[in-house]
Design a protein around this ligand. Structure first.
Ligand code: NAG
Ligand code: NAG
Ligand code: NAG
Ligand code: NAG
Ligand code: NAG
Ligand code: NAG
Ligand code: NAG
Ligand code: NAG
Ligand code: NAG
Length: 438
């Protein structure tokens, strides 16, 4: 028999439960983390430590500290699911190693695991050591990147490293070396990430899709961190509210500080507000500040600021596209007149050099390159590329203190479409193609 939802709740819970639950949330202290699990390590190169790790997560799932001691090495030959945690600290002072056998990993991914680590539950903290010699997850991505055939966009069945869903939590000194694909999917509420290092710097093949942090949620802060990778350093998806990305250094094949992509699924209404990217250094990257949405998308992104951004040798320092596409996906028909709307965007205090002499990066696997598509007349002296899909879809844009110079020391250019003066009185320059004249 189906009971209405409320009736069922009433059957299961005394009526006082609701007021009690509300009180305890606000008043009772967080329980102490009284259980400690020190995770056993074989410390060998051949033994699989993932059963011992899984057991530790199961035994110490609640009000606990799970300790990976300094000096210990763990082979994580099978994915770890710790999806029922509550009030736990993961103290990662040892080093983890993913398998180096590509076909073995591919077959695990093919049978349905997309993230090698899946961590979820309220108050799940991650604490690495301040010393950068320990606390690493080594994924051995370099061999995967090097094995990617010419003009392909990455080997099939690459695992993402970690899916982390939590609330009221901190992630300190997280260290990831050569993640095979996405580094961390971070979802939840009230999460602070500090002093993370994501090092997907490739010495060979392009490190496709090595996103640093794919963020969705409310009140998420990522600060004082370093990310070298081959896709977005941060990509903010919907829904997201009150996100801060500050005092970070990102670079090399990075695709920058991104919002989106949004609106790929036209029925999925994007809802994003209050984002702040501040005090970030961007080195040798394809993009620094980027917005990307698909033609036909729906939704609203409102109140976004990039402030005090230093770029060095960046191909597209400021980039907005409302007609994004992805070089390895196709889509059915969409309503071309619909866009994810952008409102109250500020770019303030950009300085540094535009990559004029060796623009682009190794992610180009098509002709024209996906990042040049729709931009036939690029001179690679462009400080700003801003393409709005309609005369209504970009509103109240503000640009100030933009001191970006091509390496050729010619005047910087701008490509600008549809950011109309009527809706954008503070834009600070005329929206047209040509020399950037503030
Ligand atoms: C693990 O092995 C490394 C390298 O052989 C060694 O330095 C370390 O002391 C060992 N740690 C433990 C906990 O046995
Ligand atoms: C999750 O943890 C709770 C206690 O915190 C326990 O009652 C429940 O059985 C666990 N569920 C699973 C799937 O392990
Ligand atoms: C890698 O894994 C595959 C599939 O699991 C296996 O057949 C192969 O022997 C492994 N290779 C090595 C070098 O261990
Ligand atoms: C967007 O999200 C906010 C915060 O969660 C919510 O209050 C608002 O109703 C949402 N707007 C739409 C149109 O879904
Ligand atoms: C815009 O976002 C900032 C955070 O970046 C916040 O402090 C401010 O209150 C927001 N403005 C409005 C009008 O919500
Ligand atoms: C600029 O970046 C490109 C692409 O990442 C690189 O090939 C080039 O060497 C860099 N140039 C300078 C001057 O650093
Ligand atoms: C890769 O694509 C480029 C541009 O389309 C083409 O010129 C080149 O021949 C391709 N290389 C290979 C190995 O297919
Ligand atoms: C400005 O440049 C863009 C991209 O190259 C182009 O699509 C557009 O037609 C140009 N606008 C004008 C008015 O020339
Ligand atoms: C600019 O806006 C007009 C009117 O809203 C639209 O028809 C046109 O396609 C837009 N241009 C681009 C390049 O999206």
């Amino acid at each position: 028999m189906l009971a209405p939802k409320n009736a069922l709740l009433t059957l299961l819970l005394p009526s006082s439960f609701f007021s009690l639950a509300l009180c305890s949330r606000a008043d009772s202290p967080i329980p102490a983390r009284t259980h400690h699990c020190i995770v056993r390590s074989s410390n060998s190169t051949t033994t699989d430590d993932s059963p011992a790790v899984s057991q530790a997560f199961a035994r110490c799932a609640t009000d606990s500290i799970i300790i990976f001691p300094e000096g210990a090495n763990y082979n994580i030959f099978h994915p770890i699911q710790a999806t029922n945690l509550s009030n736990v600290e993961i103290r990662m002072h040892g080093n983890l190693h993913l398998p180096q056998n590509i076909t073995a990993v591919q077959s695990i991914v093919q049978s349905g695991t997309s993230s090698w680590f899946e961590i979820s539950g309220p108050r799940v903290d991650w604490t690495g050591p301040p010393s950068p010699n320990n606390g690493w997850i080594n994924s051995y991505g370099q061999a995967w990147w090097d094995a990617n055939p010419p003009n392909a966009t990455g080997l099939p069945n690459r695992p993402h490293l970690i899916s982390y869903t939590t609330s009221h939590a901190s992630i300190k000194y997280f260290r990831s070396r050569n993640p095979i694909a996405h580094n961390m999917r971070l979802h939840g509420d009230d999460i602070t990430v500090t002093h993370a290092i994501v090092d997907a710097y490739s010495t060979g093949g392009f490190p496709f899709n090595t996103d640093g942090f794919d963020v969705g949620g409310t009140n998420i802060r990522i600060t004082d961190s370093v990310m070298y990778n081959g896709d977005d350093a941060i990509a903010i998806g919907s829904d997201s509210h009150d996100i801060v990305f500050a005092r970070n250094t990102i670079g090399y094949q990075s695709h920058g500080m991104s919002i989106g992509s949004l609106g790929k699924d036209p029925s999925d209404f994007a809802n994003i507000t209050n984002l702040r990217f501040e005090d970030v250094t961007v080195i040798d990257a394809l993009y620094a500040a980027r917005f990307k949405s698909w033609t036909g998308g729906q939704g609203l992104v409102k109140n976004v600021t990039w402030k005090n951004i230093r770029v060095y040798n960046v191909t597209f320092p400021i980039f907005v596209t409302q007609s994004y596409w992805d070089q390895d996906s196709s889509r059915g028909d969409v309503d071309e007149t619909s866009s994810v709307m952008m409102e109250d965007f500020t770019w303030s205090g950009f300085s540094g050099s535009i990559n004029t002499y060796q623009p682009g990066d190794g992610s180009c696997a098509s002709d024209p390159c996906w990042y040049n598509s729709g931009l036939p007349d690029l001179e690679h002296t462009e400080a700003i590329v801003m393409e709005c899909n309609s005369k209504q879809s970009c509103k109240n844009f503000v640009m100030e203190n933009i001191a970006l110079y091509p390496q050729s020391v010619e005047p910087a250019r701008v490509v600008c479409i549809n950011a109309t003066a009527e809706l954008n009185p503070g834009l600070g320059f005329d929206c047209r193609n040509g020399t950037y004249t503030p």
